[in-house]
Design a protein around this ligand. Structure first.
Ligand SMILES: [Zn+2]
Length: 282
């Protein structure tokens, strides 16, 4: 069924490029769309593919609680796929096929060690279900398409968009030191990178709006080029042609940094969490 959907969309793309990957292209099959390949609850190694693991919250980054409170080695016991940031907002993390890449503030890409510490991260065991081939569409059009096609507005899901992007704009934060500034202040010092005609993987996590603050309500997207020439938190892009796959979750496993006194003692009542996320994460 999903393979046919891909072939169907490729045919549409070739026949009428401007009509390719419209929401209607996949809607006929949406009733059968289960969001996990084969409809299974486990990945190929029998690990839980329905749970999204998260360490920390977006809200704790807003006032500058940037202490690393989970090691990469520990994070990788909860998934082979994920995103995050390092201690002090040290760059942007993209975990693909079990390898944790760090896109640093200078634009370089390195593999993070097991001892690399993170204040915030998502991870899950990959079992993506192919959705379609997506062609000549903007970031906003991709977001609209995903929600209309999958009907998953009210649950968590992950998306990979793998292929060619006509342009890509990413950012990477610079590692801050204690006493940490706020998220907004740090985001103002981010480095922005632009590339044209880049091939790679965009990894996105969608969270329902009611979870804004726990996570980024809506889509949180990180990108890594195949040749590692550009990566980071995806600010904007235009898809040239790429395969889209989705994995639906029914459970959020939220892990909090209870061994961190600064987290336990912080009073969140005066933080403008929604406002800070909106300005720093988009
Ligand atoms: Zn990010």
């Amino acid at each position: 069924m999903t393979t046919q959907l891909i072939e169907h969309d490729i045919a549409r793309s070739d026949a009428a490029r401007s009509d390719a990957a419209r929401p209607g292209a996949a809607q006929d099959d949406s009733a059968a769309f289960d969001g996990v390949a084969g409809g299974g609850d486990q990945d190929e190694s029998g690990r839980n593919a329905r749970t999204l693991y998260q360490h920390g919250t977006l809200a704790l980054l807003v006032p500058g609680l940037f202490d690393g409170t989970l090691s990469m080695g520990e994070l990788l016991t909860h998934g082979d796929t994920g995103i995050g940031t390092g201690e002090g907002l040290d760059g942007e993390i993209v975990i693909l096929h079990g390898t944790p890449y760090q896109v640093r503030h200078d634009g370089s890409v390195v593999v993070a060690s097991d001892s690399f510490m993170l204040p915030f991260a998502n991870a899950h065991w990959a079992r993506f279900s192919p959705l379609c081939v997506f062609e000549d569409r903007s970031k906003a059009e991709l977001s609209d398409f995903l929600l209309k096609t999958t009907g998953l507005d009210n649950t968590f899901f992950a998306v990979t968009v793998t292929g060619r992007f006509a342009n890509m704009r990413t950012r990477a934060c610079a590692k801050q030191s204690r006493p940490y500034p706020s998220l907004e202040h740090t985001a103002q010092q981010q480095r922005v990178f632009d590339a044209e005609s880049t091939e790679g993987t965009l990894l996105a996590y969608y969270s329902p709006q009611v979870f804004n603050g726990v996570a980024v309500g809506g889509f949180h997207m990180h990108y890594l080029a195949d040749d590692h020439t550009i990566g980071g938190h995806a600010l904007d892009f235009h898809v040239d042609k790429a395969r889209v796959a989705v994995q639906r979750f029914d459970t959020l496993q939220e892990h909090l940094p209870v061994a961190n006194p600064r987290y336990l003692e912080h009073d969140f009542s005066s933080d403008d969490i929604a406002g800070a996320i909106a300005s720093a994460e988009s």
